[in-house]
Design a protein. Structure first.
Length: 388
């Protein structure tokens, strides 16, 4: 990157039914204190008409905003469409249900120039709507709930094994490929995994701050963390590399609790191992969650924060074992890496849009996207190749 002129940044915002938050997300990018060229690519899922109308309104007053259509309606495809359409030297990912703090992009450029890292991410502050949402935000911010991922707790600049959102050098995608569309969840972690395996550095710095809105209730939180656990198992088996302790801790916890209950059942209650383990875990979560609520000066959230932490642990752990079982049952073919090809654009045909039955959580194609005119918009393309 030149010292004379700041690099051109392309901000990619995937959005699907995000009419409640999309304007704030886009506005936070528009208000960045950045001296270089900037474009904002909002990749809107087909069928998200309310979100599209808001983006079109914002476009009329800011020529930097570009609207891209995502017929597949999923996050990895949206990110790949935005990256392929981007003009910038740097690619910044921003999710629609969150916003950047002032100076985020400028700090990213400074860190990338100084460290020569392939990508840099910031520290997230979780935001909850309503009482349950606020409790979930506290749980996600805590070390007990999240395991202390750098992007959640970093107090100083640090090398990391993963980023939330992040700003990437565009050449990284030429080196390791784009987001793997098989990973409907955890696609950012999987990309970071490939970058580290390629010898690249990832940095997290608290100089970059952003806020993200969490799930509003426990059922949605369970679904989110269950899917994260499932795709964490898929990442590990796909790349055949060990995970960090933090990444598998919930799965180990679920296994220990399950085995202790089984031992107690086999002994017909003579060995109260299950009750001891469950009680010990419950008391630990109750104490830790209560401390988080009091530190946040929200004592009224004491019952809800421990429940949120336990929900995160249980759903992620069970999702991990479920994903592991599925992948092992399907054999090596389901874990095979895609072919390494050049990054070419292709128009998705019926086979690409139909989805892969070997992967869970629905098909990449979603609804009847074949009815769209894919020649009208630059966004109606996808990237077929993933490199490892």
């Amino acid at each position: 990157m030149s010292d004379r002129k700041p690099p051109y940044i392309s901000v990619v915002i995937p959005a699907r039914n995000e009419e409640a938050w999309i304007e704030r997300a886009v506005t936070s990018v528009q208000e960045q204190r950045y001296d270089g060229d900037l474009e904002i690519l909002v990749v809107v899922a087909a069928g998200s008409e309310a979100t599209r109308r808001i983006v079109e309104r914002l476009q009329r007053s800011d020529s930097r905003i570009r609207l891209v259509t995502n017929p597949a309606r999923r996050t990895p495809e949206a990110l790949n469409l935005g990256i392929r359409a981007a003009r910038g030297e740097l690619i910044a990912r921003v999710d629609a249900h969150g916003w950047l703090e002032p100076g985020y992009l400028r700090a990213a450029v400074d860190v990338l120039a100084r460290t020569r890292a392939a990508a840099v991410g910031g520290r997230v502050e979780f935001v909850g709507v309503g009482r349950i949402g606020r409790a979930i935000a506290l749980a996600e911010q805590s070390r007990l709930g999240s395991g202390g991922a750098a992007f959640r707790v970093a107090r100083h600049e640090i090398a990391a094994d993963g980023l939330r959102w992040g700003v990437f050098r565009k050449e990284l995608f030429e080196e390791v490929g784009l987001f793997d569309p098989r990973f409907e969840r955890n696609q950012d972690d999987e990309l970071c995994y490939r970058a580290i395996l390629a010898g690249e550095r990832l940095i997290v710095t608290p100089a970059m701050r952003f806020k993200q809105v969490v799930r509003p209730h426990f059922r949605a939180l369970w679904s989110q963390y269950s899917q994260w656990g499932t795709f964490r198992a898929h990442t590990l088996l796909t790349h055949r590399r060990p995970a960090t302790a933090r990444q598998v801790a919930p799965a180990c916890l679920v296994l220990v609790i399950g085995l202790s209950i089984a031992v107690e059942a086999a002994s017909r209650g003579r060995l109260p191992v299950g009750r001891v383990v469950v009680a010990g875990y419950g008391l630990s979560v109750l104490a830790g969650g209560s401390v988080e609520a009091f530190l946040a000066r929200e004592p009224g959230l004491v019952p809800a924060v421990p429940v949120a932490i336990a929900t995160m642990h249980a759903s992620y752990g069970l999702g991990f074992w479920s994903g592991l079982a599925r992948m092992l049952r399907r054999g090596p073919a389901a874990r095979r890496q895609p072919e390494q090809k050049s990054l070419e654009v292709f128009q998705p045909g019926p086979s690409e849009l139909a989805g892969d039955p070997e992967w869970p959580l629905g098909s990449p194609g979603g609804d009847k996207v074949g009815e769209l005119d894919t020649n009208q918009l630059i966004g109606e393309i996808t990237i077929k190749e993933i490199r490892v």
